[in-house]
Design a protein. Structure first.
Length: 225
């Protein structure tokens, strides 16, 4: 478990007592506080909330230094069904290697199985993209890790009308940078003790929303064909 007691108390205060929201306001940004309230208002099912709480201490150990964790995917968008996996977004500046994250998962809980860790981390922890996917008590978990500056760069590109296509193995048409805006716009921050999920006083979902409706991006997408 993370030895940083301030981080442990931050997460505990969010989920263990509604009256502790005043503590959260002191420990995190208004953006994060609003997201926590938003989770409550969305009536997230109890099993999902318990799973998120159980895995946050593990996810903190995947990275070095400051981090931000958010719920994403179908659950954040409110379109989940019985087959939906749980997408947890982990933003950081540095990450551990694939082997180190695999070992952490193995040691963390016997309820974690089917571990697949991937990514492009260097020896110094620098990275752009990484992932730690596994089953937790039979539920599919996808921990989607991205370097915070990399994500900020995607939003900036989209706001300036730059459309990029990355040829990746998991989609035959390639991945377009502006496709990330939908996920970022709908994600719900759940643990952001240092405000990493904010840039210039604005949270990433709000920035992504502005990029999503950017006329410059629309023109760029048309020109890109």
């Amino acid at each position: 478990m993370d030895s940083d007691s301030s981080r442990v108390s931050f997460t505990t205060s969010i989920y263990d007592a509604p009256q502790a929201l005043t503590v959260v306001r002191d420990a995190a940004s208004d953006c994060t506080l609003g997201a926590i309230i938003g989770l409550q208002e969305k009536n997230v099912e109890e099993g999902l909330s318990q799973t998120i709480v159980a895995l946050i201490p593990l996810m903190r150990q995947f990275v070095r230094g400051e981090y931000g964790i958010a719920l994403g995917g179908a659950h954040a968008k409110g379109v989940d069904d019985a087959e939906s996996d749980i997408d947890l977004y982990l933003f950081a500046r540095q990450t551990l290697s694939n082997d180190e994250r695999t070992l952490l998962c193995e040691r963390y809980s016997s309820d974690i199985t089917g571990i697949v860790c991937w990514g492009d981390a260097r020896d110094d922890g620098a990275f752009a993209q990484a992932g730690s996917d596994f089953l937790y008590k039979g539920r599919k978990i996808e921990c989607w890790s991205r370097e915070a500056g990399y994500v900020e760069g995607i939003i900036d590109e989209c706001q300036r009308g730059i459309v990029k296509q990355d040829l990746v193995t998991w989609t035959v048409i390639g991945f377009y940078n502006h496709c990330a805006l939908s996920d970022l716009r709908n994600m719900v921050p759940v643990d952001d003790p240092t405000g990493l999920l904010e840039v210039g006083g604005e949270c990433l979902p709000a920035q992504a929303a502005r990029g999503h409706h950017c006329e410059t991006l629309e023109r760029g997408a048309i020109l890109a064909g």
